[in-house]
Design a protein around this ligand. Sequence first.
Ligand SMILES: [Zn+2]
Length: 79
Amino acid sequence: MLSITCPHCGPRAEIEFLCAGEPVARPDASAPLDGAALAAILYERDNVRGPHEELWWHRHGCRAWFRVVRDTRDNAVLP
Ligand SMILES: [Zn+2]
C-alpha cells in the first residue's frame, strides 16, 4: 500500500485518497474547440514510464487537492 503525504495532514495510507490522474490544463473558454481537440483533452494522456505528476484528493481527511510525483515503474512516491 502506498503512503501519500498530504501537505496538510502528513503521511497517510493510500485508502484515504483518490487519484484523479494526470493534471490537464483547461482550454481557453473563448477559443473554439472542435471534437478532436475536446477528445484529446478528455482522453489522451502521456502514460509515462517513470516519474509522473498526478492530482490526488484527500477525500477522508482535509479534502484538499494536491500534486504528487509517483514513479510508475515501482509505484514509489517521490519527494
Ligand atoms: Zn489532508
